[in-house]
Design a protein around this ligand. Structure first.
Ligand code: ADP
Length: 158
């Protein structure tokens, strides 16, 4: 059976923590779709189209041939089903993430029947998009925390 995983997130920006989850999922499933969620009413830190391209470049460089990136608006489960996904993917950093993710996962299962598979953050559990932005805004070099293509779009912003 083909297993298609849908990894949803804000990815604002996409970090090495997110990338690690994509790599783990790509090893387990036939196909992985990275879904960048956007909301017309909510302002994002980084342009979504540019973030999509940066993630695409990153997965291309790593030759992750079974990974695809999409932008979507609205319900995650609807978008996942549109792509034929049979599992949702999320990353867990700590207990707080677990509690938060469980509510979403349970709701998603109830409304769509889609279950969620969690991958561990491990050593990258300290990393978050907001931490990266805070460092960046304060002039700290961030190439250790995000893929090169993401550093490039951040540099263009200033
Ligand atoms: P959202 O706003 O949907 O929570 P994020 O982009 O912050 O989107 O995160 C997407 C998913 O990736 C979430 O499941 C989050 O727990 C997970 N995640 C975020 N940072 C890391 C990390 N450093 N390691 C592993 N998973 C992470």
């Amino acid at each position: 059976m083909e297993t298609i995983g849908f990894y949803a997130g804000s990815f604002d920006p996409f970090t090495n923590g997110h990338l690690q989850i994509v790599r783990k999922a790509a090893n387990c499933f036939s196909k992985v779709i990275v879904g960048i969620a956007y909301n017309n009413e909510k302002k994002t830190r980084i342009n979504k189209e540019e973030m999509k391209q940066a993630i695409e470049r990153t997965i291309q460089e790593l030759e992750l041939k079974n990974v695809k990136v999409v932008l979507y608006n609205g319900l995650t489960v609807k978008e996942a089903q549109k792509h034929g996904a049979n599992i949702l993917i999320r990353g867990l950093r700590n207990g707080t993430d677990y509690q938060y993710e469980e509510d979403i996962a349970e709701t998603n299962q109830k409304i769509s029947g889609l279950d969620t598979c969690y991958f561990r953050a491990g050593e990258l559990g300290y990393l978050s998009s907001s931490l990266v932005m805070e460092l960046w805004q304060n002039g700290v070099e961030i190439s250790e925390f995000v893929p090169t293509a993401v550093v490039e779009i951040l540099k263009k912003k200033v």
